[in-house]
Design a protein around this ligand. Structure first.
Ligand SMILES: C[S@@+](CC[C@H](N)C(=O)[O-])C[C@H]1O[C@@H](n2cnc3c(N)ncnc32)[C@H](O)[C@@H]1O
Length: 267
């Protein structure tokens, strides 16, 4: 899975589906980070691992400029389609671990649900530290462990049906960060001060099983599995839907909690 996650083409393949489903699920974290940052209209900001523009599109009306960076050309293309007409948005393809910006350039930087996918997330944080000016803020986010997330638990059930775990396979490595201690530890290790992490409950509504599974197609693990299973996929999906339809009959409100961390560059 590591090779899949670290390949921009995997993200290209889900860019449109991510935009139409997952973007609305992660927006509350961008909204909370933007409110926390309290930036004025003269601020220049950076959004790394911007995806289809989740944070960029929300913050652009309130600041002077937004530079959005993602290593997936497909994600940048979707963002550009949304941003048409917004003169203060610049979107470029680039690796978040080696940013093409001079030091001390931005008032604030955001990387929402992005750094956890980097081979070296702390290297990504050090780049954010480098490009914000002294006193500038950096915001990052990650999910809590699946066991503490009702939405992720339903997703996990569906994935176990789609791809029953091999009892002999080594356990999957945990994500780089999924606790407040790890998130704040990463920020401090990279050199940030005044580090604070907040947990957001993020209640989300789901219409039904079909809606849930259609949205899941924006997840790169599902997209990768579909590609691997080839002709077997329709039968697999039928089994997944047979589980999800009664499970989510009549709709549901499911919490999808996550952590939002903020660090400040020392003066
Ligand atoms: C889960 S999406 C998050 C998108 C958006 N920030 C949001 O909150 O909805 C993760 C994004 O990280 C990007 N990404 C992963 N590794 C990257 C890297 N090394 N450099 C830049 N972008 C990367 C992916 O292309 C994808 O758009």
């Amino acid at each position: 899975m590591k090779e899949v996650i670290e390949n921009p083409a995997s993200w290209d393949a889900v860019a449109v589906a991510y935009d139409s489903g997952a973007r609305a699920r992660t927006e509350p974290f961008s909204t909370a980070a933007i409110a926390w940052a309290g930036l004025g209209p003269d601020a220049d900001v950076l959004d790394v691992a911007c995806g289809p523009g989740t944070t960029t599109l929300l913050i652009a009306p309130h600041v002077r400029s937004v530079h959005a960076v993602d290593f997936s050309p497909g994600m940048i293309e979707v963002l550009q389609a949304h941003a048409r007409g917004a003169a203060n948005i610049t979107a470029t393809i680039g690796d978040g671990q080696a940013l093409a910006f001079t030091a001390n350039r931005f008032a604030a930087a955001f990387s929402m649900f992005g750094l956890v996918f980097f081979p070296d997330p702390v290297a990504g944080l050090r780049e954010l530290l480098r490009v914000v000016r002294p006193g500038g803020q950096v915001f990052i986010s990650c999910w809590v462990p699946f066991a503490q997330s009702p939405m992720m638990q339903v997703f996990g059930e569906a994935m176990r049906i789609a791809n029953p775990p091999d009892p002999d396979a080594p356990p999957r490595p945990p994500p780089a960060w999924d606790t407040a201690e790890q998130l704040s530890g990463g920020l401090r290790e990279a050199g940030f001060v005044d580090v604070e992490v907040r947990k957001l409950a993020n209640e989300q509504s789901v219409r039904d099983g079909d809606h849930f599974w259609a949205e899941a197609s924006g997840n790169i693990a599902v997209a990768h599995l579909r590609q691997r299973k080839g002709e077997a996929w329709p039968a697999i999906e039928a089994k997944v839907l047979a589980h999800l339809r009664p499970r989510l009959h009549g709709g549901a409100t499911l919490a999808m909690p996550g952590l939002l961390g903020r660090g400040v560059k020392p003066q």
